[in-house]
Ligand binder design. Structure first.
Ligand code: 5GP
Ligand code: MG
Length: 186
């Protein structure tokens, strides 16, 4: 039954029921916090590509009306970790001014990406601005960034699955797995 575990996978860190239970808890919390909001005022902004599955599951479990939008970023491959350089590739379609914006990110690593997004949206004068991340690697944080909803804290390993990739592979695995270090340590 199910998809065979790829050879590159070291171990499964979070299995499907564990992820689904936590996403349900996060959706319950968000639904409670945004109770009474109007559809046109609540905008979920998914950060492509890594958040697409998390956003789809989270959004479908919300009991409050909401809109869905996306933004795409790219980090400068070599410099990113040292400098936090982030490049905007695709902006949201919706105008966020006066809206309640929830940024939905896959993973908080150094924190540079979410900090960039937070500042970008803050400058656009939303009615409120919050952030949700499915995963966080506390050992890797380099900058402080407001995080309002967090799924799981994980150790400093490269994870794939549930939207997360390595070289654009493994995104559609239903679980979150650590890759064998030999795969990503060159
Ligand atoms: P940060 O700017 O916080 O250092 O990096 C955040 C981005 O790095 C995430 O949005 C994600 O794209 C990528 N990232 C960081 N750690 C991992 C990981 O373990 N697996 C995958 N697939 N992406 C990661
Ligand atoms: Mg990302």
């Amino acid at each position: 039954m199910g998809v065979p575990v790829p050879d590159s996978v070291d171990y499964i860190l979070l299995d499907e029921p564990t992820i689904q239970n936590r996403v349900q808890e996060m959706a319950d919390q968000i639904s409670a916090d945004y109770h009474g909001i109007r559809n046109e005022d609540f905008l979920l902004v998914g950060v492509l590509k890594g958040s697409f599955i998390y956003l789809a599951d989270l959004a479908r479990r919300l009991t409050v009306p909401h809109r869905v939008d996306f933004i795409a970023l790219s980090s400068y491959a070599d410099k990113a970790e040292a400098t936090g350089a982030v490049r905007l590739i695709m902006d949201t379609r919706a105008d966020v001014a006066g809206k309640h914006v929830l940024i939905v990110e896959d993973i908080l690593d150094t924190g540079y990406t979410l900090r960039y997004l937070y500042r970008l949206f803050e400058a656009r004068e939303p009615a409120s601005l919050r952030t949700a991340a499915l995963l966080s690697k506390p050992d890797r944080h380099k900058v402080e960034v407001p995080l309002h909803y967090l799924g799981f804290s994980i150790p400093d390993v490269w994870v794939v699955g549930y939207g997360l990739d390595y070289a654009d592979r493994f995104r559609t695995l239903p679980y979150i797995a650590a890759l064998k270090p030999r795969v990503y340590q060159k």
